[in-house]
Design a protein around this ligand. Structure first.
Ligand code: AMP
Length: 577
């Protein structure tokens, strides 16, 4: 290389390798997260070849953490949490305690101090939001009772994790056994904890009193300028600025600052837009976060420490799952629900990484412990889809025997929610219920034509269902979606979404199902019209051309009206028009 550019090479090599390995493992039906971690391992000091700059990678990872936690705050919904609090709260608390005790037990066997053992256990206790949400979405479980419980459970774990991040620094001394020499000195312990809680409280009060007014005001102001670029910049400036300011002024972790900034934004109606704006950058930095964690991982631990690693994996895969299973059953939920929740939580991810990083910096975790957690995370994320597959098989077999003996009592036993095929026939399948789709569906229903809507936005689907309108939630390009809409028996398919590239995929899939189905699609340029026609659209409506025609028609009407002689000029003669 001509220049010494460690920042550029870390970002570029990190993203490129993560992309290649992510795509590769995705083909093997493993979460791309594993690919990102492996990219880090390849770039790390423990494997031959290119070694990226760890200090720079760590700083990039911090930005990833800020943006991830900002996203967690944005999606934090007190309402969702309250609706499942009866099970999610005790469930998460019991599970976290069980994992911590088991981790401490393993640490004890390995000869670690109590403090290090507890830290190890805590790091094993929180599941990855990214992995869980992806598994739930892929199985269409988000809208189900099981999905809501799992997500609520995760929110409680998130909160517990945020609290741990806050409390660890002041408690580090005690956990390391410093304060216990000469008895438990309450004063030396109470002071730093009070200070920390005081600073956190000051930050929270400031955010609630000032941030809550100022942040939405800034966003509203910027939204009205109409500049999308400025709006994006505002969202990033707020998330990064609040996190940085919180750390600088209040000694609060970046993560907590960002979480709060997100939470305050989530109260405003602009939150959806704000959330969307952060996605691309958040994804890029989250990838760099996983890469930097992978760089810390020494793969030789697998051969050097097989038994401690097996113990760690046992806690993540079976110990935590068993605790979750037991408590869900105890609350009277069916076995299938308990098993699905156990499977979705039988992994660890980003929170564990954040915790081990902090643990090592506070001397609360050895590098060996960190490597065990990292190896446990990588392997458990890899095994997670396998867990679900085994569960599918187990439940299918159980259902078969149950059906033979007596009708099954559990509702929805499979871990993959099946998509029932709509019974509608001679209906219109409408993809997208936004500005265009909503007008179309209202008009069709007015003339009594049955409509089935496929819509990506769960909020819209919920509202449609409340109005009694048949709708499927999800991306129309996803497998089985068009079949579930019974598109082969439909009168026609209207693809009313703005993205013609995705529209093309939907059109092609529908055309493959039926050669004669009338398909009408929406486009915004001549190229898009050609693209959609190429994939099999019967006709394509180009929005901009229709707007132009409508404008012309109106102005033409006005011109005609202006040219039309007025009654006064005609001397009261009857109008010729
Ligand atoms: P509008 O541009 O206002 O007509 O809105 C388009 C609507 O289509 C939005 O409500 C989106 O959520 C929805 N949408 C976009 N892409 C898809 C897709 N692939 N499948 C289902 N709905 C979609």
């Amino acid at each position: 290389m001509h220049h010494n550019t460690p920042l550029i090479s870390t970002i570029v090599v990190g993203l490129v390798l993560a992309f290649v390995l992510g795509a590769l493992v995705q083909r093997l039906r493993v979460s791309p997260l594993v690919g990102y971690l492996l990219a880090g391992v390849v770039m790390g000091p423990f494997t031959p070849g290119f070694v990226a700059n760890q200090t720079i990678a760590n700083e990039l990872a911090e930005i990833g953490i800020i943006l991830l936690m900002f996203g967690v705050g944005l999606h934090f919904s007190l309402k969702d949490l309250l609706s499942v609090r009866a099970i999610a709260l005790p469930g998460a608390v019991v599970q976290i305690s069980a994992a911590t005790v088991m981790g401490w037990g393993l640490g004890w066997l390995l000869g670690w101090s109590t403090g290090k053992g507890i830290m190890f256990g805590i790091a094993l206790s929180t599941a990855s939001t990214v992995v869980l949400l992806r598994a739930m979405q892929e199985r269409r479980l988000i809208d189900t009772e099981r999905g809501r419980i799992a997500v609520g459970w995760l929110i409680v774990e998130d909160i517990a994790c945020v609290l741990t991040l806050v409390m660890l620094p002041p408690l580090a001394g005690l956990m390391n056994g410093e304060a216990t020499t000469g008895g438990l000195d309450f004063a030396t312990l109470a002071w730093p904890i009070t200070m920390t809680l005081g600073k956190v409280a000051a930050f929270v009060v400031l955010m609630l009193l000032v941030g809550r007014r100022v942040i939405p005001w800034i966003l509203h102001y910027v939204a009205h300028t109409g500049s999308r670029e400025l709006f994006r910049l505002a969202v990033f400036a707020i998330s990064l600025g609040v996190a940085f300011g919180a750390a600088l002024l209040f000694d609060v972790s970046f993560a907590l600052g960002a979480f709060f900034a997100g939470m305050i934004l989530s109260e405003s109606e602009l939150s959806q837009r704000a959330a969307n704006e952060t996605l691309p950058l958040r994804d890029a930095f989250a990838v760099l976060f996983f890469v930097s964690v992978g760089m810390l991982f020494d793969p030789s631990i697998i051969v050097k420490e097989p038994f401690p690693l097996l113990g760690t994996l046992f806690i993540i895969l079976f110990g935590k799952s068993f605790a979750a299973f037991a408590i869900v059953r105890l609350f009277g939920h069916p076995t299938s629900t308990a098993l699905t929740i156990s499977a979705s939580l039988a992994q660890i991810g980003e929170f564990s990484f954040i915790l081990v990083t902090l643990g090592v910096s506070l001397s609360l975790m050895t590098e060996r412990g960190r490597d065990l957690v990292l190896a446990g995370a990588i392997i458990s994320i890899m095994l997670n889809p396998l867990w679900f597959a085994l569960l599918d098989r187990f439940l299918a077999r159980r259902e078969a025997t149950q059906v033979a003996e007596a009708p099954a009592a559990d509702e929805g036993t499979a871990t993959r929610e099946p998509l029932p095929v709509s019974k509608l026939t001679d209906h219109v399948v409408l993809v997208g219920h936004g500005r265009v789709g909503s007008v179309v569906s209202a008009a069709l229903r007015q003339v009594g034509t049955p409509v089935l809507v496929i819509e990506d936005n769960p909020g819209i689907v919920e509202r449609l269902r409340e109005q009694g309108i048949d709708s499927l939630s999800g991306n129309a390009a996803a497998p089985d979606m068009l079949q579930a809409a019974n598109v082969t028996s439909a009168r026609g398919l209207l693809v009313a979404i703005p993205d013609a590239f995705e529209g093309g995929q939907i059109v092609a899939k529908a055309r493959a199902l039926s050669a004669t189905l009338p398909i009408i699609a929406r486009a915004h340029s001549e190229e898009e019209v050609a693209h959609l026609k190429f994939h099999g659209a019967t006709s394509v409506i180009m929005g901009e051309r229709e707007i132009a025609n409508a404008m012309l028609a109106q102005i033409a009407g006005n011109v005609a009206a202006a040219l039309r002689p007025k009654p006064a000029e005609q001397g009261g003669a009857p109008s010729a028009a």
